[in-house]
Write a protein that binds this ligand. Structure first.
Ligand code: AMP
Ligand code: MG
Length: 477
C-alpha cells in the first residue's frame, strides 16, 4: 500500500501527540469503501480493497510513511473541565494532499487503546461506525462542512458495552483534527510555546489570511457561525458539543449521539446523556458561543501583554458570532422559503412558521419539502391542526407571488432535502447489519448521496410511525 503521506502535525513538538501502533484485529472484512472520496484523496480504490489495503484500514499494518499518532487534547464536557482527553480510540495515519490540492487527515477510529484511553478499550462497535459513516456522508451530500468516511471495516472481535457487539473500525477523513480542546490543553498547561506553535499551524493550515491569534479566533467564529446555521437549516442536532468536539476548521466532527429532527421543536434532544438539554437543537448557537469563548480564553496569553485590552478585543470577536449567525440564519431560512431579495418581515415569517410547526408537531424536513411541491398546501398534512398552517400560508403565497413558479421551485428544492438520515432508518440498518445483512445500510447510503432528489424508495422519506420512533441515541463509547 503506497500512500504519499505528507505529515505536518508530526513536525510539532513531541508533547502534541503520542506515537502508538494500532492494535491488530483478528478477522478484518471490508463493509464499505468510499470510492469517490478515495479518488479525491488520490488513493487507489483497488489497492485499498486489497489485503494490504484492508490491513491498513483495520489497523493491522501501518503503511510506509504513516504518522501513527494519537493526538493530545483537553476539553469542557457538558460544561465541566477535563484537563486530559486526547485520541483514546483513534489514530492519525497521516495527512495527504488530495487531487484538489487540499490537505486532509486520514484517521482510524476504533483502532485500539492509546495513552489517552483512560478507562476505555480504544474500540468501537458496528453501530456507531455505521452511524458515523451514514451521517457524515449524508452531511457532505447536503453541502455541510464535515469530516468524511473513507471506509468501514468489521474486525471479527467482540466489543463489550451494555452487551457484546461486533467490533468495527471507521476510517475518518478531516481537514484536520485540531479542536478547541487542543488549544485548551496547552493553555491549561501554561505552555505558551506550544500554544504559539499550534496557532501558527492552524493558521497556515486553515486560515492563511488570518493575522495572529485574534485573526484565527475571528476566522473560527465565522466558520462556526456558518456551520451551525447549516445544521439548523437541515434540523441537525450534534448532541455532544463539548469543546473537544468542536473543530477549528469549522467541520462537523465526532458523530456520536447526533440526530436529525423528525417533528420540529427547538428543545429536541436525542442524546441519552444530555439530561439537561444543554445541546438541544435550539441551544446550538448559544453553546457555540460558549465554546468559542473557551477558545478565546485559551488564546489570550498570545494576545499581548495588555491583558485587559486582549480580553476586550477577544470578547468583541466572540460576540460577533451573534450578528454573523443571525445574518446567515436569515439567509438560510429565506432560501428554504424561496424568498428572493430580502424584505422586511422575511425572518419573522420564517419564525412564525417554525412556531406553528412546533405547536403542530410538524415534521421539519417534510414540511419544508412539501412547500416546494406544485401544491404547497400538501404541507398542511404535517400539522396536527392544519388551520394553523393555513393561517400562515396565505401570507407566504402573497410574498412569493411575483417570483416565477418554476424558478422558485427549483431554488427551493435545491435547499430543502427530500431525504435526511432519519434515526429510525439508521437503527433499522444497524439492526440488520448485526444480523449480517448490510443491504439496508447500503440502500440508505446510496439514497443519501443525492438528498435533494426524491428517492426511488419513497419509504425513506417517511417520518417514523410512533412505534418506529427512536427517542434516545447513545454515544456508543
Ligand atoms: P467523544 O465522546 O467521542 O467525544 O469522546 C470523549 C473522549 O473519550 C475522547 O478522549 C475519546 O478518545 C475518549 N473515548 C471515547 N470512547 C473511547 C473508548 N472506547 N476507548 C477509549 N477512549 C474513548
Ligand atoms: Mg470527541
Amino acid at each position: 500500500m503506497q500512500i504519499a503521506f505528507d505529515n505536518s502535525y508530526t513536525t510539532l513538538p513531541d508533547r502534541f501527540y503520542s506515537a502508538v501502533p494500532p492494535s491488530p484485529v483478528s478477522d478484518p472484512q471490508l463493509i464499505a469503501l468510499n470510492e469517490g472520496l478515495a479518488a479525491t484523496l488520490g488513493l487507489d480504490a483497488n489497492a485499498l480493497r486489497s489485503p494490504e489495503g484492508l490491513a491498513m484500514l483495520a489497523g493491522n499494518a501501518l503503511p510506509d510513511g504513516a504518522a501513527g499518532i494519537a493526538q493530545a487534547y483537553a476539553g469542557h464536557q457538558f460544561g465541566g473541565w477535563v484537563p486530559q482527553l486526547g485520541d483514546g480510540r483513534a489514530l492519525l495515519l497521516g495527512e495527504v494532499v488530495g487531487r484538489d490540492g487540499k490537505r486532509r487527515d486520514i484517521q482510524l477510529k476504533g483502532s485500539g487503546p492509546t495513552p489517552y484511553s483512560r478507562m476505555g478499550d480504544g474500540r468501537a462497535w458496528l453501530g456507531p461506525v455505521l452511524r458515523e459513516y451514514i451521517v457524515s456522508e449524508a452531511m457532505a451530500a447536503l453541502g455541510i462542512p464535515t469530516t468524511r468516511a473513507l471506509a468501514a471495516v468489521s474486525t471479527g472481535d467482540p466489543v463489550h458495552r451494555e452487551r457484546v457487539f461486533p467490533g468495527a473500525v471507521l476510517t475518518r477523513v478531516a481537514s484536520s483534527h485540531i479542536r478547541v480542546g487542543t488549544f485548551q490543553y496547552f493553555a491549561a498547561r501554561e505552555d505558551g510555546e506550544a500554544l504559539q506553535a499550534l496557532t501558527d499551524h492552524a493558521i497556515s493550515r486553515h486560515y492563511p489570511e488570518a493575522q495572529g491569534p485574534l485573526g484565527l479566533l475571528a476566522s473560527v467564529v465565522e466558520a462556526q457561525a456558518d456551520l451551525i446555521t447549516k445544521w439548523m437549516g437541515v434540523g441537525f442536532i450534534h448532541g455532544v458539543m463539548n469543546t473537544d468536539n468542536m473543530s477549528v476548521a469549522g467541520e462537523t466532527i465526532d458523530y456520536g449521539p447526533c440526530a436529525f429532527l423528525d417533528a420540529y421543536h427547538p428543545q429536541t434532544v436525542f442524546s441519552s446523556i444530555d439530561r439537561m438539554g444543554r445541546y438541544a437543537y435550539g441551544k446550538q448557537p448559544e453553546i457555540a458561543v460558549w465554546n468559542l469563548a473557551q477558545l478565546a480564553t485559551a488564546l489570550l496569553p498570545l494576545m499581548g501583554a495588555d491583558r485587559d485590552k486582549a480580553i476586550e478585543q477577544a470578547t468583541e470577536v466572540v460576540q460577533g458570532f451573534a450578528d454573523s449567525f443571525a445574518a446567515a440564519w436569515d439567509r438560510v431560512f429565506a432560501a428554504k422559503l424561496g424568498l428572493d431579495t430580502p424584505r422586511e418581515g422575511d425572518a419573522a415569517m420564517a419564525y412564525d412558521l417554525l412556531r406553528r410547526m412546533a405547536l403542530g408537531e410538524a415534521d421539519f424536513t417534510r414540511t419544508f419539502r412539501a412547500l416546494t411541491g406544485p401544491d404547497p398546501k400538501a404541507a398542511r398534512a404535517e400539522f396536527k391542526d392544519p388551520t394553523a398552517f393555513d393561517a400562515w400560508v396565505t401570507g407566504w403565497q402573497a410574498r412569493i407571488e411575483h417570483i416565477p413558479h418554476t424558478k422558485r421551485i427549483a431554488a427551493m428544492q435545491a435547499v430543502n432535502p427530500a431525504l435526511i438520515p432519519r434515526n429510525h432508518r439508521m437503527e433499522e440498518a444497524i439492526q440488520a447489519a448485526l444480523k449480517g445483512d448490510f443491504a439496508p445500510f447500503h440502500r440508505l447510503n446510496a439514497a443519501l448521496a443525492t438528498p435533494f432528489a426524491e428517492p426511488a424508495d419513497s419509504d425513506l422519506m417517511q417520518a417514523p410511525e410512533p412505534e418506529e420512533e427512536v427517542r434516545a441515541t447513545f454515544c456508543g463509547t
